[in-house]
Design a protein around this ligand. Structure first.
Ligand code: NDP
Length: 297
C-alpha cells in the first residue's frame, strides 16, 4: 500500500522515463527553464525495462519518494495513459491522444485523502508544443490547409491542437492507409471538435495538391528511407517532427521553395508546457531556445 509522500526536498525532483533514455535532451532543457525561472530543481533520466510492471513500479517509487513531475517518452506513453486512466485521471489532450507525456499528482485528490497511486494525473503537451512552435515560426495556422504524414502517436496527439488553432482543412496520409482512416474515425467518435472537421485520409504516395503546411509525423527519419512523395505535392511550409539529423523530407520541400523546420522547437515547446504545469512558472521559450542553441554550439 502506497502512502502520501513527505515533501522534505528543497529541490523539486523531476525525471524523464524511457527506454532507451541516455540520448534524452530533457534534463538540459529543464535546467535552462529552472535557471530562467529561478526554480530549484533536479531533473534526471530514468531508464525503465520495457514492461508494464516495471513502468508502474518506477512511477510509484518516484512519486512515493516525493517526486513532483515526470515526463514519459518512447515506449511508455500509451502505458502511462492507461495507468492514469485507471488510477487518477487524464486531460482532454491526453484522452484524445491516447498517450501521456507528462505525469503529476492531482493535489486536490491528495488533499481529499487519496493515496499517491490513486491520484496520478496524465497530460499530453506534445501537440500543443508543436502548435506553439509552428506559431513562433510565424507560420499561419488560422485558416491553413494542413497535411500530416503519419498516423502513429505523434500524429494522433497533434490533431486536436491543430484544429483548436483554427486550421481550415486537414488530411492525414500514412504508409498503411487503413491506419489513417481508422485514426480519423476513432478521433471523430472521441471528440465533437474533431468530428465537426471533415478530415480526409489517404495513402502517403497518393497525397497530392498544394498545402500551406505539411507535417512529417512518421519515424522514417530513423530508418534512412525516404517517403514516397508525389511530384504533385507542394507546400509553403514543411515541418518534420524529428530533429538532430539530416532530414530528406525537409530537403525535398526546401528544393521546391518551401520554408522548413525540424522538430527541436516542438521538443522545447512540449517541455515548457510540462514545466509550467508542474511549477506554475511560465517559460520564455524563445529565450530558452537561444540559450540551448548557444550551449550546443
Ligand atoms: P509511431 O511509432 O507511433 O508511428 C510511426 C509512424 O511512422 C506510423 O505512421 C508509421 O506508418 C510511420 N512509418 C514508420 N516507418 C516508416 C517508413 N519506413 N515509411 C513510411 N512510414 C513509416 O511513432 P510516433 O508517432 O510516436 O513518432 C513519430 C515521429 O515523431 C518520431 O520520429 C518521433 O521522434 C517524432 N516525435 C517528435 C517529438 C518532438 O518533440 N519533436 C515528440 C513526439 C514524436 P505505419 O502506420 O504504416 O507503420
Amino acid at each position: 500500500m502506497i502512502t502520501k509522500p513527505t515533501m522534505t526536498q528543497t529541490r523539486q525532483h523531476f525525471i524523464v522515463i524511457g527506454n532507451p533514455i541516455a540520448h534524452s535532451k530533457s534534463p538540459e532543457i529543464h535546467e535552462v527553464f529552472a535557471n530562467q525561472t529561478g526554480c530549484a530543481i533536479r531533473y534526471g533520466r530514468q531508464y525503465c525495462p520495457d514492461d508494464a510492471a516495471s513502468f508502474t513500479a518506477v512511477v510509484e517509487a518516484f512519486f512515493q519518494g516525493g517526486g513532483v513531475g515526470a515526463n514519459v517518452t518512447v515506449p511508455f506513453k500509451q502505458l502511462a495513459y492507461e495507468q492514469c486512466l485507471a488510477q487518477g485521471g487524464v486531460s482532454e489532450h491526453a484522452r484524445i491522444a491516447g498517450a501521456v507525456n507528462t505525469l503529476l499528482l492531482n493535489q486536490e485528490m491528495l488533499n481529499n485523502g487519496a493515496a499517491v497511486n490513486e491520484a496520478l494525473y496524465g497530460d499530453n503537451t506534445d501537440g500543443q508544443g508543436l502548435v506553439n512552435h509552428i506559431t513562433s515560426l510565424g507560420w499561419q495556422l488560422e485558416g491553413a490547409r494542413v497535411a500530416i504524414i503519419g498516423a502513429g502517436g505523434a500524429a494522433r496527439g497533434a490533431i486536436l491542437p491543430l484544429i483548436q488553432a483554427g486550421i481550415a482543412t486537414l488530411t492525414i496520409a500514412n504508409r498503411t492507409m487503413s491506419k489513417a482512416a481508422d485514426l480519423v474515425t476513432e478521433l471523430s467518435a472521441a471528440s465533437s471538435t474533431i468530428a465537426q472537421h471533415n478530415i480526409k485520409s489517404c495513402a502517403t504516395a497518393e497525397l497530392s495538391g498544394h498545402f500551406d503546411i505539411i507535417i512529417n509525423a512518421t519515424s522514417i527519419g530513423l530508418s534512412g528511407e525516404t517517403l514516397p512523395l508525389s511530384d504533385n505535392l507542394n507546400c509553403n511550409q514543411a515541418y518534420d517532427m524529428m530533429y538532430g539529423r539530416e532530414l530528406p523530407f525537409l530537403q525535398h520541400f526546401a528544393t521546391r521553395g518551401a520554408q522548413t523546420s525540424d522538430g527541436y522547437g516542438m521538443l522545447i515547446g512540449q517541455a515548457a508546457l510540462s514545466f509550467e504545469r508542474w511549477t506554475g512558472h511560465s517559460i520564455d521559450v524563445t529565450q530558452a531556445t537561444t540559450m540551448l542553441k548557444q550551449k550546443s554550439s
